[in-house]
Design a protein around this ligand. Structure first.
Ligand SMILES: C[S@@+](CC[C@H](N)C(=O)[O-])C[C@H]1O[C@@H](n2cnc3c(N)ncnc32)[C@H](O)[C@@H]1O
Length: 248
């Protein structure tokens, strides 16, 4: 059983219930030993890291990657997939639920000078005023010093339209049926993903697409997308946490 934030007590009870079993103790010992051995190896590694931007890796071609390994950001492969998708589908308008540090908005603005980017986030001061309560685990993403720190003060900033407010009550009417691509990556709580998706469906053009982040990462996001998959043709992009809906 995988312990997630939604089944902590049940998970802990199961863990304690299993603790006396020899097979469990053996697996736990192997895991701890392996982990501490590799942690020790990593700590003492004399081999320097090659920056991902090193031209010999060729990772930046034909795109400029802006990857930073931070919790809540997209992975390097996800950056690549997103950029390829935006290019191959000729996306001209993009709406993002959840700006966070601005990693994705910045990445897109840097690579697509003509792309119209809108990105919505909840100011930290409003975390207790949302119409759907935000769970404790999600508050850390809201409670950051600034929204979009990655692009603030860069030349890309002026091509990113920052929107603020609660995604559950935001007025989307000026943007209805105007987006080629909507990225659902706001609050990961089930009710929020569901609600943001309802809005995303109204935001996309007739042939627009919706992309969700964090499938198979969060139980809540996965459960919602598994349910939605019975209603709409959804596709998971292997090696990433992206799920995609292509309307055209
Ligand atoms: C995982 S981060 C987004 C990462 C970002 N999309 C990226 O790719 O760099 C989730 C963001 O959703 C925002 N958020 C959470 N609840 C929200 C709400 N009710 N309305 C709008 N944004 C919300 C958080 O403040 C946080 O910045």
């Amino acid at each position: 059983m995988k312990i997630t934030r939604n089944n902590v007590w049940k998970g802990l009870r199961a863990l304690i219930g299993n603790a006396w079993r020899p097979s469990f103790l053996k697996a736990l010992t192997v895991h701890v030993l392996e982990y501490s051995a590799t942690a020790n190896l990593r700590r003492r590694s004399p081999v320097a890291s090659l920056p991902l931007t090193d031209p010999r890796l060729g990772l930046g071609t034909p795109f400029t990657l802006t990857y930073e390994a931070k919790k809540g950001n997209t992975s390097l492969l996800e950056e690549y997939v997103l950029l390829s998708l935006i290019r191959s589908c000729g996306v001209q308008s993009f709406f993002e639920f959840g700006t966070y540090l601005g990693q994705t908005s910045y990445l897109l603005a840097k690579n697509f000078p003509l792309l119209r980017i809108h990105t919505l986030d909840l100011p930290a001061s409003e975390v207790d005023k949302t119409s759907i309560p935000i769970s404790a685990g999600e508050r850390r993403y809201v409670e950051k010093p600034v929204i979009g720190a990655k692009f603030l003060g860069t030349p890309e900033q002026e091509r990113i339209t920052q929107l603020t407010g609660d995604s559950a009550t935001f007025d989307y009417s000026p943007f209805e049926q105007s987006m080629d691509c909507v990225f659902v990556d706001g609050c990961h709580d089930y009710d929020y993903v569901k609600n943001d998706t309802l809005h995303a469906r109204r935001l996309i053009k007739e042939k627009g697409m919706i992309l969700w982040h964090d499938y198979l990462t969060y139980e809540s996001v996965s459960r919602f997308l598994n349910e939605l998959g019975r209603e709409l043709p959804l596709y998971h992009v292997p090696g990433t946490s992206f799920v995609i809906f292509l309307r055209g």
